[in-house]
Design a protein around this ligand. Structure first.
Ligand code: ZN
Length: 146
């Protein structure tokens, strides 16, 4: 199995069986995201414990890339501080726009590296991260990628 197959399998798996799907009973932060270009919609609940992302859940409807990205993001940022999550978003953003990112930090998120070849899908892959940013910033206005 080559790397491209492995990455595709990770995305298919996270799209079919998204982790952290649903809602939190007592979220401390919340945001909604919208990618009208593709029709992806996302609703994100976050529970912060001090500065640490203790838990999060998402729901919504979207393409395989947006769902897999939200699922992978949830796994990646749970238990991390806001600053760590922001640094990770920086790496993901660099990766999605054709840069390298930090492979050691990216882990499974590297499965989305191939998206960089499809500029129209970059917004699908980054929607969850923009929504997380908005939630942590306490910005109640819906986020749009447009
Ligand atoms: Zn999409």
């Amino acid at each position: 199995m080559n790397l491209a197959d492995l990455y595709r399998d990770v995305i298919v798996d996270h799209n079919r069986h998204p982790r952290n799907r649903g809602r939190l009973e007592c979220p401390t932060h919340h945001a909604e995201g919208d990618n009208p270009l593709c029709g992806d919609r996302l609703r994100l609940d976050v529970a912060l414990d001090g500065d640490v992302i203790r838990d999060l859940r998402f729901e919504g409807s979207g393409c395989a890339i947006s769902t897999a990205s939200a699922s992978l993001m949830g796994e990646a940022v749970k238990g991390r501080t806001r600053a760590e999550a922001a640094a990770l978003f920086g790496d993901v953003h660099r990766m999605l726009t054709g840069g390298a990112g930090d492979p050691a930090r990216l882990g499974k998120l590297a499965a989305l590296a191939g998206v960089a070849e499809f500029p129209a899908r970059v917004k699908c892959a980054s929607l969850a991260w923009h929504t997380l940013n908005a939630a942590l910033a306490g910005d109640a206005r819906p986020v749009t990628t447009e």
